[in-house]
Design a protein around this ligand. Structure first.
Ligand SMILES: C[C@@](CO)(OP(=O)(O)O)[C@H](O)COP(=O)(O)OP(=O)(O)OC[C@H]1O[C@@H](n2ccc(N)nc2=O)[C@H](O)[C@@H]1O
Ligand SMILES: Nc1ncnc2c1ncn2[C@@H]1O[C@H](COP(=O)(O)OP(=O)(O)O)[C@@H](O)[C@H]1O
Length: 272
């Protein structure tokens, strides 16, 4: 079976409170992108998991890869054969695009469908939440308002149809944990639930990502990307999640020069 786990952007992200367990309560809007990895798994007869990777190298011990973790989690509770897994990685990581979480969610869905496990969607959601706070979103994969630690989801009737996106990920990777360590939680003056109802033309300054302050201090080049996107005509621009990628929304096809952005940046465009 082959599936295509896609990326997301966060449109606004307010960190409200730090919980006793160290996690942060937040409010954010998840919006899916067409940027995607390729993930294939084939039943084998060894009973083992064999993992390979192409495209962007994820590296490290395969047991730490979220797709292998997703498999192990289900295999602990359901009877599953061994599988050969191949992950073709396109979505940059350390980017705030949720690629790893998406791979994990698509692995859960794929195994459930292909091996006919009949896991109810609520149960699948709780498996996903154990793999990562961002992971449940990718099961439904539709524009959503998220609260809790990111796992409480409400479908949001938000459509960016017709808008052009330019996304820039500089050659800097931001770890999610370290990004959270640099935030100052608090209730914003304008709550995201209201701000997101405004027209896109009025989002700038009202729909805010709380990670930006700390990350821009550490990596001024990320803030420069935001300025460039504005200069190039973006109606709304923001860092996605914990960074390092920054996106701009444009009414028409964006025009830019490669020299606008740091050398080695990953660029992605799409029309919603
Ligand atoms: C920041 C966000 C915004 O959507 O995503 P990214 O920008 O990384 O894609 C998410 O909150 C990331 O979700 P995800 O990447 O699944 O996080 P997890 O693996 O569950 O947690 C990684 C670490 O981030 C911190 N963490 C995560 C979520 C949360 N609500 N509060 C936290 O404090 C914890 O320190 C945790 O150990
Ligand atoms: N399948 C995977 N794809 C990407 N990263 C993975 C994967 N499995 C585990 N990881 C680890 O998770 C970290 C965060 O990945 P990811 O969720 O893609 O990024 P981000 O936090 O920017 O959204 C990576 O630094 C990597 O070490």
């Amino acid at each position: 079976m082959i599936v295509f786990p896609n990326a997301k952007i966060n449109i606004g992200l307010n960190i409200l409170r730090k919980r006793e367990d160290g996690y942060h309560e937040l409010e954010t809007v998840f919006y899916p992108l067409k940027l995607q990895d390729g993930l294939e798994f084939i039943e084998n007869h060894t009973g083992e998991v064999c993992f390979s990777n192409s495209g962007i190298e994820v590296g490290g011990n395969p047991e730490n890869n979220l797709v292998v973790k997703a498999y192990r989690m289900l295999a602990a509770d359901y009877s599953l054969p061994g599988v050969d897994i191949h992950l073709h990685k396109v979505i940059p990581f350390g980017a705030g695009l949720g690629g790893g979480s998406s791979d994990a969610a698509f692995m859960l869905k794929g195994l459930n469908d292909f091996f006919g496990l009949n896991i109810p969607s609520e149960t699948l959601m709780s498996y996903a939440a154990r793999l990562g706070a961002d992971c449940p979103f990718f099961l439904e994969n539709i524009p959503s308002f998220a609260s809790g630690i990111g796992e409480k989801l409400e479908t949001l009737p938000l459509s960016l149809a017709g808008w052009h996106l330019l996304l820039v990920k500089p050659p800097v990777e931001v770890g999610t944990k370290e990004a959270y360590a640099g935030v100052h939680p608090g209730i914003p003056d304008i709550r995201l639930r209201e701000a997101i109802q405004l027209s896109v033309n009025n989002w700038q300054g009202s729909v805010v990502n709380d990670f930006e302050v700390g990350i821009f201090q550490r990596f001024p080049e990320i803030e420069t990307i935001k300025e460039k996107l504005k200069e190039r005509g973006a109606v709304y621009t923001s860092m996605s999640g914990s960074g390092s990628s920054v996106f701009g929304l444009f009414r028409a096809e964006p025009m830019w020069r490669d020299s606008d952005f740091p050398e080695g940046s990953f660029l992605w465009t799409e029309v919603f």
